[in-house]
Design a protein around this ligand. Structure first.
Ligand code: FDA
Length: 283
């Protein structure tokens, strides 16, 4: 059964680029940059993975011709990581060729822990060839992250740091919010001190305020990094941060395959369920 899009509309900007583009323009007018994410994951056959590459390429071209201030985010399982790693790598490199031609930037989202190792390895390979055009996401809750962060900082990678959105067992990931916040601060410290322009992706006031204080204490400029949030969440807060002079970016998902993304947003915060119910009655 296909659920009606109206359910997801507070978290997802539309089912097509044309529906999402006005939302991007609105954010850009407020000096907020965007990352567009064409939703989808875990593609199981080559035909669908080939379509994903073509759709991502079209997205890069559309962003250019619409003059939007937006990069893109992708998931490697959309490019065939479940089918064959080499095939996925070739798809990624094809996409990055187009990104380079359009002076675009592609961020590789981080998926569940079954994919972490392969994602980091493919990122490292892509970084050799497309340094300015590719970045990665690291999840603070994973036990392995201490080492990954050190290695990626050493490499000079462009990293988005988030808590992590997948349900992982305790052998693989921290489970308690306080432990995850502590780890997040530790990794943000490494990124802020050692990399050029880290991306701090959270809606959590404790982490936002900690970052602002840390940056001030270290005499870093408010434009040496950026805060990132998800579309539809804490809109007023991100607007205020932009007005205060922080660089900001909103991750704007769109597309017809919105259900897994929508479900993750509902699972991670019970208030989001009420948020959806309340907005159903708004236009
Ligand atoms: P969390 O949900 O942990 O909430 C902590 C506290 O923050 C709450 O108790 C509340 O005080 C405050 N808060 C949170 N949301 C609020 C709201 N809407 N209104 C008011 N207060 C709120 N994950 C992943 O695994 N791979 C990825 O590639 C990405 N990519 C990504 C990009 C971007 C730009 C963001 C912002 C996030 C991701 N994530 C992700 C998701 C991320 O891992 C995480 O699941 C969510 O950001 C939720 O964690 P938070 O720290 O934002 O708040």
């Amino acid at each position: 059964m296909k659920l009606p899009f109206v359910l997801a509309k507070r978290f997802v900007a539309g089912e097509s680029f044309d529906q999402a583009a006005p939302k991007v323009e609105e954010l850009n007018e407020k000096n907020i940059r965007v990352t567009l994410d064409l939703l989808g994951e875990n593609v199981r056959d080559r035909g669908m993975a080939d379509d994903s590459v073509a759709n991502y390429i079209e997205l890069i071209e559309n962003i250019s011709s619409a003059g939007l201030d937006s990069t893109i985010s992708i998931k490697l399982t959309m490019l065939g990581l479940d089918i064959d790693e080499k095939y996925c790598r070739n798809n990624l490199f094809d996409l990055l060729e187009t990104a380079r031609d359009h002076n675009q930037f592609v961020r590789i989202d981080m998926e569940g822990s079954d994919y972490t190792e392969q994602t980091i390895n493919l990122f490292r390979e892509a970084f050799q060839e497309y340094e300015q055009h590719v970045g990665i996401v690291i999840q603070a809750y994973l036990h392995r992250t201490e080492q990954d962060i050190a290695e990626l900082a050493e490499l000079g990678a462009d990293v988005r740091l988030c808590k992590g959105a997948y349900n992982e067992p305790k052998e693989i990931a921290l489970q308690e919010m306080n432990d995850i916040r502590k780890a997040f601060k530790e990794y943000a410290t490494v990124l802020l001190k050692e990399t050029t322009y880290p991306r701090i992706a959270t809606h959590d006031d404790e982490l936002i305020n900690w970052t602002k204080t840390f940056v001030r204490e270290q005499n870093l400029s408010s434009s040496d990094f950026e805060f990132q949030m998800l579309y539809g969440l804490r809109e007023q807060t991100i607007e205020e941060m932009t007005e205060q002079g922080y660089n900001t970016r909103v991750y704007v998902p769109f597309g017809t395959m919105w259900f897994p993304y929508f479900k993750r947003r509902l699972m991670e915060r019970k208030e989001n369920i009420w948020f959806i119910l309340s907005t159903l009655f708004k236009k």
